[in-house]
Write a protein that binds this ligand. Sequence first.
Ligand code: NAD
Ligand code: UD1
Length: 357
Amino acid sequence: MGSILLTGGAGYIGSHTAVELLRRAYHIIILDNFSNSMRSVIDRVCRTAALSETDAKSRVSLVEADLLDKAALAEAFASSPGVDVVIHFAGLKAVGESVEKPWAYYHNNLVGTLNLLGAMNAAGVSRLVFSSSATVYRADNPVPYYEGYALGSTNPYGWTKFMIEQIIRDICAANEGLSAVLLRYFNPIGAHPDGLIGEDPKGIPNNLLPYVAKVAAGELDEIRIFGDDYDTPDGTGVRDYIHVMDLAEGHASAMEYLQDRKGCCAFNLGTGRGTSVRELIRAFETACGKRLPSKVVGRRAGDLPVVYANVDLAAKVLGFTASRGIEEMCDDAWRWQQYRAAMPGNTEDQEDNSTPS
Ligand code: NAD
Ligand code: UD1
């Protein structure tokens, strides 16, 4: 097989998938504009994958480019012959920010994807794995979520995923030389167990796990629990958290499945199990060895009480089942959090990457 191009490969999920692909002996090309990631991640990916200097040079390439720059994309494919599959992670991903800056989200995510599809077509690259999200399921579906459920969204970020899925499905259906897998992630958390790579949100995190990790590290004062009056066993919201290394393995399985398949298929990537906010906090307290201050505040607008996946399709068709539990997710996230805080050049690459409105 040729090489695998990872758009957004320097980001949280892309960097973990890169390590898994290197473990499986593939050659990878990371294309990123570093708007939400650090340049030093490339070196940390190679170290995590235990590559020798020679191997790192021959099996990992970096293209610093923006998907909005068509010429740079064409050049990226021209200078990297033999790309067999693209895994498309690149995109803006914060729900709240997307409500404040919808144009930036539609522009970056939709135009970026259209440019990528055009460049793939011109270069004769016919396989695509796309980072979608559980957020594409309409809120009125009962749990667990099945791939065949009605789709919709409630915010611009979610609509970009919904629209990109539709664009990819239409192009595959028109038989324009594209085959694709749409991966609908539930709640990815955790980090590689070696602790050199992980999620690195800029500013105050919106998602629960990175917020809890920063409270544990003393960078934030206390956890805010968004409501304890839901109809759930302990009253707090329930989600399907999946270890990012399981997610990485799911990408490798999806990519291998695509090798001899045509068309377009969507798969949930989750564990099929729900964990409440309080359960997650308790698991993190065990991981970091201390009690974490928390207080219950009002519900967050737009939140659902319970979200988890039906994972049968990925198990049956891709042969993929997530194996890591909540304790492992919290242990690994905590290890990364400590490394990140002590990282030499902690402020490296922290140039102003703010999203235009
Ligand atoms: P991330 O922000 O860590 O990684 C995305 C990467 O894409 C970053 O390195 C960023 O610099 C790059 N990027 C953004 N726009 C770009 C552009 N125009 N050109 C080139 N590079 C660009 O995010 P992540 O958590 O790794 O998420 C990866 C993908 O998975 C995203 O598409 C996201 O929407 C999707 N997703 C993430 C989650 C989650 O909880 N993390 C859940 C569901 C879906
Ligand atoms: C959020 C996004 C979703 C996106 C996903 C990516 C919203 C409404 N939804 O989902 O579109 O795909 O992130 O991972 O933003 N919580 C707290 N305190 C906090 C943060 C969260 O109690 O400080 C609770 C939430 O109410 C929820 C659970 O923790 O019950 C998980 O929240 P979060 O990590 O933000 O993920 P989602 O809401 O599932």
